[in-house]
Design a protein around this ligand. Structure first.
Ligand code: SF4
Length: 449
């Protein structure tokens, strides 16, 4: 049962509507954002006027690209659909379409429970959505994606779906089996993005390291990395969503060799207790994980490792959780994110009893972040006095805000430079001397100011 039915939204405004204008709303992860960008690109290719995540009241058609990952995300998606269903009922919009993971997973229930929506589409049904809008799917636009991120960085989705069977994860239910995109197509897209001013690419997938096993019958991420690093104008390439088991170690050799490949790896590890890793079906042990991280740090000495952990999986005892705490305290990861287990239908773990109380899940997530906060603070303090290459994303208040090679947009640390006595163009790289540091932020002065 997904509808938490928070039908408390009411916007009462009717108005004369201009020619068709579409507002695409994106919820969820960067992979969903790329899907929205493909929707926008195709609609613009069909001469539609399109806006993204806009409060623009001129749009008479709304497309909500939903997330169906875990409870909180599902609730946000349902609330957003309900909000626009109300607007439609009040004459504020003419058409409402829903796509993305929640729609893929719960289409039948949604059709029954929110009939105001004109049509629901799955995650791989873009042509069908376009047809509803009397638009054609234009193959020639593949790789010509219009991005919604700041001009200097973009996400590049290298594959769709996942063949793994992690017990807690509903993603394969919504995204299907792993499908890699051909290297040529990805290089063409990267060249187009570079022509549009993109300097930084975040490589994303459900499972990055599986790349190539389907279409090339072997792991081809290293070859792809070399090909993307050769694209003129691309200066930073960042790896997200790597899977630890059977990790293709030659990636670290490419990272050490090519300056364009950031010394950065996002590798969700989820847990460190062998008994929990087994219940999670992660196909790796703590010792194998430690060996992998040690190898990475030996091959790429100043590598930034980001990981994601999951607390409160069914059966997780205090002792198993303590193993995870000890692991985090010992491993000194540069970046850590924590999720609380969400009991998701049709996942393997759904057959287990969801026996860890919600308060315990929350308390365990906090304990992990308390350990990490101290580690992050100490690592940041050690950067005081260093000069770092920073890519500037925006100006916020009295600061120019940017990121180092060790920071991905939206999720990691930032570097703040006071605008009073420093000037830098947004989208530019600049050297910054670090003068101060907090838990998750660095402060500094431009070197050649
Ligand atoms: S690898 Fe990631 S996307 Fe795939 S099943 Fe595991 S957690 Fe889900």
């Amino acid at each position: 049962m997904i509808l938490v039915s928070l039908r408390k939204f009411s916007i009462v405004k009717t108005k004369t509507l201009k020619q068709d204008k579409v507002n695409v709303i994106t919820l969820g992860c960067s992979k969903n954002l790329v899907d929205s960008e493909n929707i926008i690109t195709q609609l613009k290719g069909n001469d539609y006027d399109v806006v993204h995540d806009s409060n623009d009241e001129d749009a008479n058609i709304v497309i909500v690209n939903t997330c169906g990952f875990i409870d909180l995300a599902k609730e946000e998606s349902v609330n957003t659909i309900l909000e626009y269903a109300e607007v439609k009922k009040d004459g504020g919009i003419e058409k409402l379409y829903v796509t993305g993971c929640l729609s893929q997973r719960y289409k039948d229930q949604l059709e029954e429970e929110i009939p105001e929506v004109d049509a629901y589409f799955g995650t791989l049904e873009l042509p069908g959505l376009l047809a509803k809008l009397n638009a054609d799917y234009k193959h020639e636009l593949i790789g010509e994606r219009i991005t919604t991120t700041p001009q200097h960085f973009a996400y590049l989705k290298i594959s769709e779906g996942c063949n793994r069977t992690c017990s807690f994860c509903a993603i394969p239910l919504m995204r299907g089996k792993h499908i890699s995109r051909p290297i040529e197509e990805l290089v063409k897209e990267a060249q187009n993005l570079a022509r549009m001013g993109v300097k930084e690419l975040m490589l994303i997938a459900q499972e990055l390291t599986y790349y190539g096993l389907d279409i090339y019958k072997k792991r081809e991420l290293p070859r792809l990395l070399h090909a993307l690093a050769d694209v003129e104008g691309i200066e930073w390439i960042r790896l997200h969503y790597a899977y630890p088991s059977k990790f293709p170690l030659d990636i670290f050799a490419v990272m050490a060799e090519r300056k364009e490949i950031c010394n950065y790896l996002d590798i969700p590890l989820q847990h460190a207790s062998d008994t929990v890793l087994e219940r999670m079906r992660r196909q790796i042990t703590q010792q194998e994980t430690r060996d992998l991280i040690a190898y990475a740090r030996q091959k790429v000495p100043n590598i930034t490792i980001r990981t994601t952990l999951l607390v409160g999986h069914p059966g997780e005892t205090e002792a198993e959780f303590q193993e995870l705490c000890d692991f985090v305290a010992d491993m000194h990861f540069e970046r850590v994110g924590v999720f609380q287990y969400s009991h998701e239908e049709n996942t393997i773990a759904y057959d287990f009893e969801d026996d860890v109380a919600a308060e315990t899940k929350a308390e365990r997530a906090n304990r992990i972040m308390e350990i990490q906060q101290e580690i992050s603070f100490a690592k940041n303090q050690a950067k005081i006095g260093q000069t770092l290459n920073v890519l500037f994303d925006r100006k916020e208040g009295e600061y120019f805000v940017g990121r180092t090679e060790g920071d991905s947009p939206e999720v990691d640390n930032e570097v703040l430079v006071n605008a009073k006595n420093n000037y830098v163009r947004i989208g530019d790289f600049a050297l910054v001397k670090i003068t101060d540091a907090q838990d998750y932020d660095l402060f500094g002065e431009l070197v050649n100011n």
